[in-house]
Design a protein around this ligand. Structure first.
Ligand code: 6PG
Length: 257
């Protein structure tokens, strides 16, 4: 499969480029299927993007009534806790746009992890009517250990083949440890996966992911079966990506905007 690596100048350009792509994807999806389903990610990187989507001129360019929001992962905390991915997206985006509340399909982080994962899986199976969860967009971040969503290195959840969401535990950067994550089969059913990565502190791990031909790192195992894979990376985070990229099962098409 092909992956696109798009390198932009800085964090601001990253948010702008992602916002433009989301406007385009939302219109295409609504024209083709009548709705736009997107799974958001947590962490600090997408905050600027969420704020941009909530502001004019982007806000009016998105058909909010047809947008359905899900999450790639969630921390098991109440929905108004500072550690909640739903809460971060709510404050930066959802509170400011005319999305119908029933279109916001959050993970119920206030439940026990296994119950929250099961409830979220039921919600996805209901929404996708038993089809694979072919999200129009899954936004993902990259942890400095190579995790993405809440799929951490060496975690048993990487081996999941049936379930769409599982409970998991990980200590990372003083963030809540109990989590619910989409599994690889759920992520890899997406029509479009967009990684957003910014900052010098990610440069080593970005290089490691692109050199990881064997797929040891969770982020490298995200390979949509029929969809598009795009890495949107700012110049400092992409600084160590070698010029002659390794090929392996992934052909990387490098662009600089
Ligand atoms: C989470 C995430 C996680 C995140 C990375 C990168 O809930 O913690 O979804 O996978 O995207 O840890 O986080 P930063 O953007 O803060 O570096």
């Amino acid at each position: 499969m092909d992956a696109e690596l798009v390198i932009v100048a800085d964090a601001e350009a990253l948010a702008r480029e992602a916002a433009q792509r989301i406007v385009g994807l939302a219109h295409e999806a609504v024209a083709a299927r009548g709705l736009f389903s997107a799974a958001l990610s947590g962490g600090s990187t997408p905050g600027a993007l969420y704020r941009l989507l909530a502001k004019e001129p982007t806000r009016s360019q998105i058909p909010w009534a047809q947008v359905h929001l899900f999450w790639a992962d969630e921390r098991c905390v109440p929905p108004d806790d500072a550690g909640s991915n739903y809460w971060s997206a709510y404050q930066a985006l959802i509170a400011h746009v005319p999305i119908p509340p029933e279109n916001v399909h959050r993970v119920r982080g206030e439940l026990a992890p296994e119950a929250a994962a099961r409830a979220y899986e039921r919600e996805m199976r209901r929404f996708f009517r038993g089809r694979r969860p072919d999200f129009d967009l899954v936004l993902l971040g990259l942890g400095s250990d190579g995790h993405t969503a809440s799929l951490f290195p060496n975690s048993g959840s990487l081996a999941e083949t049936e379930r769409l969401a599982v409970a998991t535990t990980a200590d990372y950067s003083n963030r809540p440890a109990k989590r619910v994550t989409l599994t690889l089969p759920a992520l890899n059913a997406a029509r479009q996966i967009l990684f957003l990565v910014s900052g010098l502190e990610k440069a080593e791990i970005v290089r490691a992911v692109f050199e990881d031909v064997e797929g040891r790192l969770p982020a490298r195992r995200v390979r949509p079966a029929a969809g598009q894979l795009t890495w949107l990376v700012d110049a400092t985070a992409a600084a160590l990506v070698p010029n002659g990229l390794p090929l392996g099962p992934l052909t990387v098409i490098k662009k600089r905007l």
